[in-house]
Design a protein around this ligand. Structure first.
Ligand code: UDP
Length: 394
């Protein structure tokens, strides 16, 4: 008998990190056939392949190479290139993760009438300026099965009319990833993090802030980007800044300069990133995944975002907010005082119990083997379908 097939479509750095354990688990099952498809949204070695190597994820079976300059170029290329692949593979379902251009490949899946699965479903920032918020909403409303990290996310989906039976609460896989790749290997990380490691990077262990900054609403808005550079220039500490290539390009094109205390480098691998995170005095970031990691690892963070779909990191007191669009409300001395005051505090990790990847993998495999992907249409449960389906009076 032919094996049931699942397509998993990912395309950016944090996708590999977050899905690493899930991919390894479902690919190890001989009874099913998993095709890992890489969209090509991220393509350079240090945004893609290094993560396959470090997280021991076998490379994708299919690379769509759906690159492009703009979001439109990328999304349309993903849809156009994914469609024929799906027509040939005819998987039982297609799995996406998160809120990226790659997830808009779900339109090709919908056109093929193949069930859609969304990991990281029903997160909402309620900030309609963000393309990510629109993408999340679109894919959730097209999905047959949604894995939501927390019960409150499931409730958000239900409040939008999604079918509760389609939403499975799993916990956040980043907790499992940090357990597997950080805590279980901590002694190895300690060995690498020598004084020499820090000297080579121009920083001293414990006496620097780590920073990442890549969001469109921050780097594409000159005033917001300037406010960020002013903020980080106002601390006495060094700021170590692995900057995404887009961010570097904006700096070049606009002529904006990083302040003198900032050491800007190319993006780093996951192992190096985790070392730099745990040994920092705090992390300054606009990344969704990084604030989760700092929350789990017990490192304070300063979030450079007006809104977040991950408010739990504020609730437990692991993060403070800076809105780059309204810098006058967030004076730098107050911000750094707040960030420093989080140090020495402990908080409970509110994101998961370390078994999320296992839950998602087991649910996927069960559905794959038992044919359980097609759920009710998302809003069937509360609409009267009688008028559409009636066969009386013919
Ligand atoms: N990361 C990394 N190297 C870097 C910057 C980030 O390994 O130079 C990791 C980081 O630890 C986190 C993920 O990449 O796991 C975050 O990616 P990004 O901020 O691009 O995406 P987002 O989470 O905002 O979607």
């Amino acid at each position: 008998m032919e094996k049931r097939r699942l397509a998993v479509i990912l395309g950016i750095r944090p996708d590999v990190i977050r899905a690493s354990l899930i991919l390894n688990c479902i690919r190890a099952d001989d009874e099913v056939d998993v095709t890992f498809i890489w969209s090509g949204q991220h393509y350079s070695d240090n945004l893609k392949d290094i993560f396959f190597r470090e997280l021991k994820v076998a490379p994708p079976e299919i690379e769509l190479k759906a690159g492009g300059e703009s979001d439109t170029d990328i999304t349309t290329a993903v849809i156009a290139k994914l469609h024929p692949v799906l027509e040939e593979l005819r998987p039982s379902a297609a799995v996406f993760l998160g809120d990226t251009n790659t997830t808009m490949g779900c339109l090709a899946v919908a056109q093929c009438n193949i069930p859609i699965v969304h990991i990281e479903g029903c997160m909402r920032s309620y900030d309609w300026r963000m393309p990510e918020e629109k993408y999340r909403t679109v894919i959730d409303h097209l999905s047959d099965v949604i894995y939501a990290y927390l019960p409150e996310y499931k409730q958000q989906g239900i409040d939008e009319g999604l079918n509760p039976e389609s939403i499975v609460v799993t916990g956040n896989p980043i907790v499992d990833v940090l357990e597997e790749y950080y805590y279980k290997r901590k002694s190895r990380y300690d060995e690498i993090a020598t004084d020499e490691f820090y000297r080579q990077r121009g920083i001293t262990k414990g006496d620097y802030y780590l920073m990442t900054c890549h969001r469109r609403e921050n780097v594409d808005n000159l005033n917001s980007f300037k406010a960020i550079l002013d903020l980080i220039g106002a601390t006495d500490r060094k700021v170590y800044f692995p900057a995404s290539y887009r961010t570097q390009k904006v700096l070049q094109e606009t002529g904006l300069r990083c302040p003198d205390n900032v050491i800007m480098v190319d993006p780093v691998g996951y192992q190096e990133m985790l070392i730099l995170t745990v040994d920092s005095a705090g992390v300054i970031t606009d990344s969704g995944t990084v604030v989760e990691e700092t929350c789990v690892l017990g490192v304070p963070s300063l979030q450079m975002r007006k809104s977040t779909e991950r408010p739990q990191v504020y609730d437990v007191g692991s993060s403070v907010k800076f809105d780059p669009a309204e810098p006058d409300f967030y004076p730098s001395d107050v911000m750094f005082h707040k960030l420093e005051s989080l140090r020495g505090h402990t908080w409970e990790n509110p994101l998961g119990d370390g078994k999320s990847s296992q839950r998602i993998s087991e649910d996927l495999l069960t559905r794959l083997k038992e044919g359980g992907f097609r759920n009710h249409r998302p809003s069937d449960y509360h609409v009267d379908t009688h008028r559409s389906y009636r066969d009386d009076g013919l």
